[in-house]
Design a protein around this ligand. Structure first.
Ligand code: NAI
Ligand code: MG
Length: 362
């Protein structure tokens, strides 16, 4: 069966990074990988083309694809377009309509980069953790959400943290399943000492573990202490599962353990289809459209390429190929090739296409 990919390269360096993945897919197809590629517009370029951050036609394609590869959206050109059609609206629409509730953010420190890390080498060398962030619930979406004028010169801003049992069950299920393919260890983070949603989170994760995943090692940690531990000794973690807000913050902290934004991939997964068991999925680099370097041919394509490795692993169960692609990235770094963002003394600076070519050659 063909593997249907929709490529949404977006704006800024999005298309430059995506071009390297397209070359990689073409090379894999020559060896019979069988990917069928379609492309669409998202973000500012989609707004320019048809006044929407993503067209209905491209949304339909996204919902029908086995996986979506997403570049990046936005840039100063669209800073003053109406809120509903701003570039980010395209990504939010994709997340919502594809019901992508699980955001996977790995933090890996490639051996070749450990020595030039701004952190202590022993802290980051060999680091390989995966943060699983709940993406469609919690305080970012809970109602009521408003600013009330109290009439006495005061206003009140309200956000509401809401989690239902099923939401916690499904996100912790993803974390336990992923842990089984890794070091079999999950750390759940919440603030049960001050939040009712944290009490429920803890209860449901514990019950889900007991019912279906008792073979996985489970720890609980208060999210603030977790943040501290993440900086102090991150290698104690394998998979961290947490809510939308804590996950947003903790994954950004973890990201900085590993160096440049240009290195960080992510995946967002939906529920398994009742018939096929396949999850809807979108893969994207953590970085944005980097308008400051767009068009210069110097963007680091590794985050985008590593996002495609996650796609191979999670959407197509091509585990050996994903391992080889990640090993190729590590090997190219071992050879001393660096894009400008990760350049250090004595290494060889290369542009976007040369980095992509080197990884493909490996
Ligand atoms: P950014 O991630 O685009 O850039 C931050 C800094 O990191 C810049 O100095 C940039 O040059 C550098 N950088 C990022 N990716 C790089 C790469 N692959 N190689 C080398 N250097 C890289 O974040 P920023 O500047 O806050 O936002 C720029 C635009 O991107 C804005 O319009 C923002 O809304 C949008 N954005 C989009 C996201 C998405 O599409 N998911 C996520 C974050 C921001
Ligand atoms: Mg964030």
């Amino acid at each position: 069966a063909t593997k249907k990919l929709l490529l949404l390269a977006g704006d800024g360096i999005g298309p430059e990074a995506m071009a390297e993945v397209k070359k990689l897919i073409a090379a894999m197809n020559e060896k019979g990988a069988g990917f069928a590629i379609d492309e669409g517009l998202v973000g500012g370029c989609a707004y320019d083309a048809h006044g929407q951050a993503i067209s209905e036609e491209d949304m339909t394609k996204a919902l029908a694809a086995d996986a979506v590869l997403f570049g990046a959206v936005g840039g100063p050109k669209w800073d003053s377009v109406p809120y509903e059609v701003r570039p980010e609206a395209g990504l939010l629409r994709l997340r919502k309509d594809m019901e992508l509730f699980a955001n996977l953010r790995p933090a890996i420190c490639y051996p070749a980069l450990a020595a030039s890390s701004s952190l202590k080498q022993e802290v980051v060398e060999g680091l390989d953790i995966l943060i699983v962030r709940e993406l469609t619930g919690g305080v970012y979406f809970g109602e009521p959400k408003q600013i009330i004028d109290l009439g006495n010169g005061q206003k009140r801003g309200i956000d509401t943290q809401v989690y239902d049992t099923f939401e916690i069950e499904r996100i912790s299920g993803v974390a336990f399943e992923l842990a089984r393919t890794r070091k079999n260890h999950v750390t759940s983070m919440e603030k049960r000492n001050v939040m009712k949603s944290g009490v429920l989170w803890n209860e449901v994760v514990t019950a889900t573990h007991k019912a279906k995943y008792a073979d996985v090692k489970l720890d609980h940690m208060l999210a603030d202490a977790g943040g501290m531990q993440l900086v102090r000794w991150p290698k104690q973690f394998d998979v961290i599962v947490t809510d939308n807000l804590f996950g947003d913050m903790l994954s950004d902290v973890a990201a900085m353990l590993t160096g440049s934004l240009g290195m960080l991939p992510s995946a967002s997964l939906g529920a398994p289809d009742a018939k096929t068991g396949k999850r809807k999925a979108l893969y994207e680099p953590v970085h944005g459209s980097a308008p400051d370097i767009a068009g210069k041919g110097i963007a680091n394509p590794i985050a985008m390429i590593a996002s495609f490795a996650m796609c191979l692993r999670y959407s197509f169960s091509m585990v050996a190929e994903a391992d080889r692609l990640e090993a190729a990235i590590a090997a190219v770094l071992d050879d001393g090739l660096r894009t400008k963002d990760i350049m250090s003394e004595g290494k060889t600076e290369v542009g976007t296409t040369a980095m992509g070519d080197a990884i493909i050659a490996k």
